[in-house]
Design a protein around this ligand. Structure first.
Ligand code: GLY
Ligand code: MN
Ligand code: MN
Length: 453
């Protein structure tokens, strides 16, 4: 079972197991408050179901439900439940079938398990039998698996309760920060190996294998499928192809890949040029731009302003590098920067790579709007101590966006011969994970790369 031993590789603070206890107490406290304000007496969280492949006897790779990972560091255990009644120790109904086709999961071990009452359950009927007869006033989080209809009384995925729970996931506990640091250390290790595979002339597939090997994780254990893009493929924001052939020439690598530790994700992007020259210089500029943005991150900052600042700085880079024919001010006013930077500047990070709660003013209030004309920003809240966010400016040469701009009134504002000369390199993204503090932020990713080197 892929349960990280909380005291093992990668090296983490000795206190991680101790931190889990206070983390779980905090989860219990905030869950009890959410249940009370939404009128429920207990919570039942499902880890998720194995989903069969159409007309096949196999299943899709298992993806654990994030609300279950809030409670335990278990990530490959279908059909488990956490049952929480405020004032009582949470119970873990642990699915342990009798099976000889697949290896049944062993009961979890480690100090964190002492915080739970753990009951092995051979099947869903056994899990139901372990629960109270009366499930009214119990909120259920998870998918509607076959047979759930018979579990009378449950309130299925109540939206208001989910908002109350999700809102508080933005602020990480010391345990969660320790896990996110460890996920960054693993991710940095993978990135170093990927950079070496690129320098050795590897294919996208070779580079991904190097990343996986160095992280010690198979693809389904990662928080998202790595984006490994050579040359012009870097212009596809979530490029997924993983070409097995080596290209005739290596110009650039954009790799966006993270690792997972105890259910927590890192989300890291680096861009490399094979040769020194104009594209390498542009990477250097984007790295400085990213560091300027990181330096302004602290509690109280409105993330929408960070996003708009990224566009101001991008406009300056576009003017300085002669990619536009207009001033930075005109580039901003005309929206030309969005042709080169069409995604949000960052998002909350935690148990999910695009973590929940990015727009909530408060659990029971409306959402905070995105800035006009910036539809892909995933975080609009003001930063609070304990938020973990990504900072991921980019500059890309994306054919469909460029073609649309060329065809309308924006055409004359872009220096097309300059775009043509950089198009074979695809694009640049530099992405770090930042833990927000009252006075600034801790760059989890740069610290991890520093420790790696
Ligand atoms: N890896 C996806 C993202 O950066 O948001
Ligand atoms: Mn990201
Ligand atoms: Mn990313």
């Amino acid at each position: 079972m892929a349960v990280p031993h909380l005291t093992e590789s990668p090296p983490v603070a000795d206190t991680l197991e101790d931190l889990f206890g206070s983390h779980l107490s905090g989860v219990c406290r905030r869950t009890a408050a959410a249940l009370e304000s939404c009128g429920y007496r207990s919570l039942l969280v499902h880890s998720g179901s194995l989903r069969p492949i159409f007309q096949d006897d196999r299943t899709h790779p298992f993806e654990v439900n994030a609300p279950f990972k809030v409670w335990t560091p278990l990530s490959d255990v279908p059909d488990c439940f956490v049952h929480f009644v405020p004032g009582h120790r949470p119970r873990l109904l642990f699915h342990q079938p009798t099976d000889y086709w697949y290896k049944p999961a062993s009961l979890p071990e480690g100090c964190w398990t002492g915080n739970f009452e753990i009951l092995p359950c051979a099947d869903l009927q056994a899990a139901r039998a372990a629960l109270p007869q009366d499930l009214s006033h119990t909120a259920y989080l998870g998918e509607d698996f076959g047979g759930l209809a018979g579990w009378a009384g449950l309130a299925l995925n109540p939206p208001r309760l989910i908002r109350h729970l999700d809102y508080h996931r933005a602020v990480k506990t010391p345990y969660e920060l320790a896990c996110l640091r460890a996920a960054n250390r693993l991710g940095a290790r993978g990135h170093r190996a990927a950079a070496r595979a690129f320098a050795a002339g590897g294919s996208e597939f070779d580079i991904e294998l190097a990343f996986l090997g160095a992280c010690g994780q198979r693809e389904q254990e990662l928080p998202y499928n790595p984006i490994v893009a050579l040359n012009e493929n870097g212009a596809v924001l979530h490029y997924q192809v993983l070409e097995k052939r080596r290209p005739a020439q290596h110009h650039s690598l954009l790799i966006d890949a993270g690792a997972e530790f105890a259910g927590y994700a890192s989300d890291i992007t680096r861009t490399y040029a094979r040769e020194s020259g104009e594209f390498a210089d542009l990477i250097g500029r984007m790295d400085r731009l990213q560091q300027t943005l990181c330096a302004a991150v602290r509690a109280g900052v409105d993330w929408r302003e960070v996003h708009l600042d990224a566009h101001r700085l991008t406009a300056e880079v576009l003017a300085e590098t002669d990619l536009i024919t207009c001033s930075p001010e005109e580039a901003l006013d005309s929206g030309i920067t969005s042709v080169f930077l069409p995604h949000g500047i960052g998002h909350l990070l935690g148990l999910e790579v695009h973590d929940v709660g990015g727009f909530m003013r408060a659990p029971d209030a409306d959402d905070i709007e995105r800035p006009e004309n910036h539809p892909y920003l995933r975080l609009t809240r003001a930063l609070e101590p304990g938020f973990v966010v990504t900072m991921e400016p980019g500059l890309y040469f994306i054919d469909p966006l460029l073609a649309a701009a060329r065809a309308d009134w924006r055409g004359p504002l872009i220096h097309w011969s300059r775009v043509e000369s950089l198009r074979p390199y695809g694009g640049i993204r530099i992405e770090d994970d930042l833990a927000v503090t009252t006075t600034g932020c801790e760059n989890l990713t740069r610290a991890a790369f520093g420790a790696e080197s």
